[in-house]
Design a protein around this ligand. Structure first.
Ligand code: ADP
Length: 497
């Protein structure tokens, strides 16, 4: 049995810089691990068996305000390091994450529930952002622009945006943090992270490794506590210049409104409602495999999960048959056991929502192809069902399902399926399967989404820009575009004679 007992990465305090008297020198060496002033804590539990793994502090408003003060003080000192120095520290951090990958994966599975193989995969994925932005730190280029008058010069500088805050969700406890922290630090920003209360332990372990790598205290701070209290400081404090958020559209909307008073730069990676279209010429075995990858990763709890499946009427029966057979092979259970494909859902609320969605679809005439019951492995485990004949106007087609339920609909022609695929407030990821070249371009261009996967259900990659359109948000994470969210453009006009 895998346990967490042996790991020294299980941190139960917050990582904050401490502002000691007279430390406004170039020394970045004060700070460390703190508990809540009140002594209050949040329990972190294992969703598979409900056991308490650890507790983390409920920091007070004043403690978080102090953290902002440290971030503000340290930021120009960090920005003053050379790009090579920042890059080297990020690389060292990535090396330590690689060296501790197994411990980090176990911590993640314990608090989040996902299978160990997925936690290991997420650690590699999370680390790929640190390596990517370690390299990008050296490529933050400005411009010179031909001026109107011969005695003028126009220069464009890219400078760090300043103090940044990140609020992150529980479904990817490492990757959602590294793809914000790595570009921020690469650009010369400091960062305060508020991880989800369900999964703070992976975040704190990453913070410990950042310290061990030599990233100066105060450059990366990790705070835990009541979301509303922390959120109010991180959105309302004028010393913070940017908020980056990944989570629900509903919370994103609230946070944007809270940031309005101080006009913060924002990046919002919000909810999705991904269509997955299987055209009549598609390779059906490959499409079924792709759908499993896009649907069942993290037990269906990802923002780019395939949510509405549109299958051409002529091939629907055959496709469902292949898909249901492949789904039946998936093993539901304890993520800590090797061989598990689907762990538990994050909490009872998630299970209840899934049950309600399934039930209302069945009442509206949908057919259940498999599963659809609680699984004997654990209270929060669900059998993965495939259901068909869902109609577009049902809850299940309009809600981000966030559970292992596949809602399948049929279509007759391309124009109709594109119209239905776009008929949502969301615009994060979309998938389609076809080998027809002309159709590929037509469909890709017509889909109102930030990311499109063709003949694949796995699109995430640190080299590519991740992000949405419409009410799925704005800003891009990863790729050469990702650094733009952490720099501001300064135009310098010089009269030289
Ligand atoms: P999810 O559905 O993934 O839980 P949420 O949008 O509810 O998405 O939460 C994402 C993150 O936002 C979590 O860290 C959560 O604690 C935080 N959060 C939720 N509500 C607020 C709020 N009012 N202020 C600040 N943070 C919040």
């Amino acid at each position: 049995m895998l346990t967490l007992k042996h790991t020294n990465l299980l941190k139960t305090q917050c990582l904050v810089g401490l502002d000691s008297e007279g430390s406004d020198t170039n020394e970045l060496n004060d700070g460390g691990w703190v508990s809540a002033d009140s002594g209050e804590t949040i329990k972190v539990t294992n969703p598979f068996n409900g056991e308490t793994i650890a507790t983390v502090p409920i920091l007070s408003r004043e403690q978080v305000l102090d953290a902002v003060g440290v971030s503000k003080k340290v930021q120009p000192i960090w920005a003053n390091k050379t790009a090579d120095e920042r890059s080297a520290l990020l690389s060292k951090w990535a090396d330590l994450i690689d060296a501790h990958k197994e411990d980090l994966a176990r911590i993640m599975t314990a608090e989040q529930g996902k299978p160990l193989k997925e936690s290991r995969g997420e650690m590699d994925y999370a680390n790929s952002y640190i390596r990517w932005f370690s390299a990008e730190a050296k490529r933050i280029y400005g411009d010179t622009i031909p001026a109107k008058n011969s005695n003028e010069r126009i220069v464009v500088l890219k400078q760090p945006v300043g103090v940044c805050a990140a609020i992150t969700p529980w479904n990817f406890p490492a990757a959602m943090i590294t793809r914000k922290v790595a570009p921020a630090l690469a650009a010369g920003c400091t960062m305060i992270v508020k991880p989800a209360s369900e999964t703070p332990l992976t975040a704190l372990a990453l913070g410990e490794l950042a310290l061990q790598a030599g990233i100066p205290k105060g450059v990366l701070q990790i705070v835990t506590g009541k979301s509303k209290v922390l959120g109010e400081v991180l959105t309302g404090d004028e010393r913070i210049q940017k908020l980056t958020f990944t989570g629900s559209t509903e919370v994103g909307r609230t946070l944007m409104a809270q940031c309005a008073d101080t006009i913060k730069k924002l990046s919002m990676e919000l909810g999705g409602n991904a269509p997955f279209i299987v055209f009549e010429d598609a390779d059906l075995e490959a499409a079924a495999e792709g759908l499993i990858a896009a649907k069942y990763r993290n037990a269906g709890q990802t923002c780019i999960c395939a949510n509405r499946i549109y299958v051409h009427r002529d091939i629907k029966e055959k496709f469902v048959d292949i898909y249901v057979k492949q789904v039946a092979e998936l093993k539901v259970g304890n993520g800590m056991e090797e061989g598990t494909d689907l762990g538990p859902l994050i909490n009872q609320e998630a299970v209840d929502k899934a049950k309600d969605l399934l039930q209302s679809s069945m009442e509206a005439g949908a057919t259940l192809n498999a599963g659809g019951r609680p699984h004997e492995a654990g209270d929060l485990c669900c059998e993965p069902p495939g259901i068909t004949d869902v109609t577009q106007n049902r809850d299940i087609a309009n809600t981000e399902i966030f559970a292992p339920i596949t809602a399948i609909m049929t279509f007759d022609d391309e124009a109709d399926v594109i119209q239905r695929a776009n008929d949502t407030i969301f615009g994060l990821a979309a998938y389609f399967y076809t080998n027809d070249l002309a159709r590929s371009w037509r469909v890709c261009e017509a889909l109102e989404y930030g990311m499109v996967g063709q003949n694949t259900g796995a699109i995430s990659n640190a080299a590519a820009p991740f992000g949405g359109v419409k009410q799925s948000g704005f800003g891009r994470e990863g790729s050469k575009y990702g650094i733009e969210d952490y720099v501001v453009t300064k135009y310098w006009c010089q009269k030289i004679g």
